[in-house]
Design a binder for this molecule. Sequence first.
Ligand SMILES: Cc1cc2nc3c(=O)[nH]c(=O)nc-3n(C[C@H](O)[C@H](O)[C@H](O)COP(=O)(O)O)c2cc1C
Length: 190
Amino acid sequence: MQRRSTRSFAARPLSIAQVALMVWAAQGQTTGERRSCPSAHALYPLTLTVVAGNVDGLAAGAYRYDAERDVLTLIADGDHRDRVAGTTLADHAWLRQAAALLLLSGDLEAAAQHFADQPPVGRRGARYVWLEAGHAGQNIYLQAAEAGLGAVLVAGFDDDRLLGLTPAIVPSGQHPLALLGVGHPADLQS
Ligand SMILES: Cc1cc2nc3c(=O)[nH]c(=O)nc-3n(C[C@H](O)[C@H](O)[C@H](O)COP(=O)(O)O)c2cc1C
């Protein structure tokens, strides 16, 4: 009932524990090496990148989430929120105010090959990756609602500009699928 898209964020930082909760909800391991998200053939083709800018206890930077170890690894230091949010089609200025951006990406080619025997031949694998990104996005939304945080899924971005950012934010060989802004909603600011 409380899940809504938040497009106005407070200046208050997220805690590292809140970021940990969000990334775990998106892709974290649960039991038997399975994850919070359903995944065709339990292949887990998604990569989660955290673009942190306003997180207590986490230096500004882009981090890759390692689901098996439940850790974030720095891939590019500095605040990259402006550059990433600047690739949105409507240039969502408010997205730059989100404490962290969570980017879901995946290897569509590898998935197409893995599911090559399933019709429509050559196309089903990519569908599975997109579907899984939807599950991960909804998990982030629901976890945010549960934790009293705001989240918004932004899929309207320029693939080429996002892929062309230097230093790279999207992993090599992967396709950007969805971007989510998370933070404290502005109306809860004290
Ligand atoms: C596939 C998809 C793409 C979306 N892309 C954007 C976007 O680019 N920018 C944006 O502000 N919201 C985007 N949204 C959020 C929708 O605008 C939002 O979910 C819708 O207005 C319903 O509002 P609610 O989420 O608060 O219930 C997207 C949602 C989905 C599912």
